[in-house]
Design a protein. Structure first.
Length: 652
């Protein structure tokens, strides 16, 4: 099979799975998953063949590039449906296809008793097609089409249980908030076309720097293009101020949260900015804004996660925070570190969400952590895998999150972004604290589960994916990230970002364990460990031979002492209330007033003039008698009036 056919098969299989499941899935009953899961398994197999060949140099230094057909031939505007695979694409394919396949398998058990599961699996396949199209696209317009398709998929899956008003509203909120960012993204694409005359990645990334160097465009223009593209990333990856849609998106089934809102779709913004690195590296002002938005979002989301009681919403705000790390990394010029963290985060955050689904499944759809506790005995596999993921995201060595997060922090410090580094290490401590608060409330201490509920471990179709995801969550960082700044992931990605590093004047220095790098690691690990130990002391932890009991009285006392901060965090710093007042209450009021003014004043004047004209014509029509005598009399009267007027004027 040719290389082009392999790439097309990666796209065609999930699309065909969607079409077939949508057509005949209802008739398959409880076997509705067979077509879609089979399609994704085959997609994963072919994807891994493409990834392995690409990363081992089998496709040559340029990878795969081909044109399927001319998509839009319109005068001077010529656009092809073209696709490409390079090392950055390969890294995303690892995450998307692997987690997508495991989520499909997990969903067999999770959605077993849902009457609409055929529709659910069809939507999942449609999302896989959309996300893979986004990753494989070789021009901005094709990427934008895929960008909107993943948004549509997200809308369908968030609102899957549309009978619930909360799910329907969450789906609409996600769709509308993303459109705000996509307006900026689309304007950015227009700006790229009018500036370069092309939307192909290869042309745009070559022409824009050349035009800037030749003085044909100014730096503010390329900065504007970069910021417009970043608007789309802010919406899709739920960064401040468009972060409000992601926590509400937890209304969808938990496998959706794991696949779309943790491991894949929300990473699309990170991927797009990394793909457009030749543009951003020539716009240093835009990169500062990217770093500022990213690290602020990381801190904002971490402070909110500290007090939430819904297990999925804690993880949702955690996702916002980790995405903030990635954008901060892109903003400081550490592109490879951002993609490295995207990969590790995809696995341990996907695992955390699937674990939360296992917990929810085991306690009969309860999501409030205050109504859990003591579950480690009842759900040992879920507990063990979630503990691995919690340690990984906390940045504790040697698990995966430590390596990628430390690279981001180290690059921030070495590149002179000291504020980003300082906030980053504070967020690392907060991350460890809220994750082990979650672990304590869910698995340790006394049980607060309803007596009528009997917690139980998930079926094999659910816990097998958990075990498989726990392996990369624990080992991926060590496997591809060691030694730091020179591991396998850098062998893959550094060539992709080499030109950007040169433009920014960045140089990869050798890692020194007993120098500044070691000191930075010591600080970040110490703060993360302090956060972990503090949460374990307050909310409980299971240790070999001794369990640490939670201290609810002390937690209540601290909460009371920090009551204003606690209330702000618990209410998500009132951003949802602010947006509701600004855009729904005030904006809606302005819209209604504008409608009233248009309907009654503008339309009233226009309609009044029309009515006056019609009525005047109707009255004047009566003097048109058709009799010559009447017309002669009218002329005579008119002449007399004119003469009288002339005499009066002359008399003065």
């Amino acid at each position: 099979m040719s290389n082009e056919l392999l790439v097309l098969a990666i796209l065609v299989l999930p699309l065909a799975g969607f079409a077939l499941t949508a057509a005949v899935g209802r008739r398959l009953g409880h076997r509705a998953w067979v077509i879609s899961v089979s399609a994704v398994v085959l997609t994963w197999i072919i994807g891994m063949v493409v990834v392995f060949t690409q990363l081992t140099g089998g496709y040559g230094p340029d990878g795969i590039h081909f044109t399927l057909y001319t998509w839009i031939p319109a005068g001077t505007f010529q656009l092809d449906a073209n696709f490409a695979v390079d090392n950055l694409t390969a890294a995303l394919l690892i995450v998307v296809t692997t987690i997508g396949m495991l989520v499909h398998v997990y969903s067999i058990g999770y959605m077993e008793h849902d009457p609409g599961k055929w529709r659910f699996f069809a939507y999942l396949n449609f999302f896989m097609f959309s996300m893979l199209l986004l990753v494989l696209a070789a021009n901005f317009l094709l990427l934008f089409v895929a960008w909107e398709l993943v948004g549509l998929s997200s809308y369908l899956l968030i609102g899957f249980w549309y009978q619930r008003r909360s799910a329907a509203l969450a789906a609409k909120k996600a769709f509308l908030v993303n459109r705000v960012g996509d307006v900026g993204f689309s304007i950015g694409l227009w700006a790229i076309w009018t500036t370069t005359g092309s939307l192909n990645f290869s042309d745009v990334f070559t022409k824009l720097p050349q035009m800037l160097a030749a003085g044909q465009i100014q730096e503010w223009q390329i900065t504007g293009i970069a910021l417009l593209l970043f608007c789309g990333a802010v919406g899709k990856s739920a960064q401040f101020p468009l972060h409000v849609w992601l926590p509400d998106a937890m209304e969808g089934p938990t496998p959706v949260s794991a696949l779309i809102h943790a491991a894949t779709m929300v990473n699309a913004g990170v991927y797009m900015v990394a793909r457009a690195n030749p543009i951003f590296s020539h716009a240093p002002a835009a990169m500062v804004i990217v770093a500022a938005i990213g690290i602020f979002t990381a801190l904002l989301a971490a402070t909110i996660a500290l007090t939430q009681t819904d297990i999925k919403r804690v993880l949702a705000y955690s996702t916002l925070s980790q995405l903030g790390y990635m954008f901060a990394s892109l903003g400081v010029g550490a592109y490879a570190a951002a993609i490295f963290h995207l990969m590790t985060h995809g696995f341990f955050k996907g695992l955390l969400f699937l674990d939360s689904g296992s917990v929810i499944h085991g306690v009969h759809d309860e999501q409030d952590m205050n109504k859990m506790g003591g579950l480690w005995k009842k759900m040992p596999i879920t507990h063990a895998t979630m503990l691995i993921a919690a340690i990984a995201i906390s940045g504790i060595p040697p698990l995966a999150g430590f390596f990628s997060k430390d690279e981001i922090l180290g690059a921030s410090f070495r590149n002179g972004f000291y504020v980003v580094w300082l906030i980053g290490v504070v967020v690392a401590a907060l991350t460890a604290f809220y994750m082990f608060r979650l672990m304590g409330k869910t698995f340790y201490g006394p049980s607060h589960v309803d007596p009528h509920v009997h917690p139980h471990e998930a079926p094999a179709t659910m816990w097998v994916p958990l075990v498989l995801l726990a392996i990369p969550a624990a080992l991926l960082g060590l496997a591809i990230g060691w030694p730091p700044d020179a591991g396998l992931v850098h062998t893959w990605l550094d060539p992709v970002f080499a030109q950007a590093d040169q433009t920014l004047g960045l140089h990869h220095e050798a890692f020194t364990l007993f120098g500044i790098d070691g000191a930075l690691i010591l600080v970040s690990v110490a703060l993360a460990s302090a956060g972990l130990l503090a949460a374990a002391r307050l909310f409980g932890l299971r240790l070999p031979g001794r369990d640490v009991e939670p201290r609810p009285a002390f937690v209540a006392a601290v909460t009371q002492r920090l009551h204003p901060l606690y209330v702000g965090s618990f209410n998500k710093w009132w951003f949802d209330d602010l947006y509701h007042r600004l855009f729904y209450v005030i904006g809606g009021g302005v819209a209604r007033a504008s409608w009233w003014f248009d309907a009654h004043v503008i339309d009233g004047i226009v309609n009044g003039i029309g009515s006056l004209t019609v009525s005047s014509g109707r009255e004047l029509r009566q003097i048109q008698t058709g009799r010559v005598q009447n017309y002669a009399l009218g002329i005579a009267v008119g002449l007399l009036v004119m003469a009288a007027g002339f005499l009066l004027v002359a008399a003065r």
